[in-house]
Design a protein around this ligand. Sequence first.
Ligand SMILES: [Zn+2]
Length: 47
Amino acid sequence: MMDAEYDPKTESTYECLDCGNTVLSTTHPGECPVCGATFRNRSMPLE
Ligand SMILES: [Zn+2]
């Protein structure tokens, strides 16, 4: 069942805010290898 708590073993999609590059990772990828901007977790709902 889905849990509201973040599961670190689950892969999340991170999207670069600057160039739109995406990466699937279990941990935050840090900086975009293409442009050096910061990735954002796309699975996190915008509020
Ligand atoms: Zn980028």
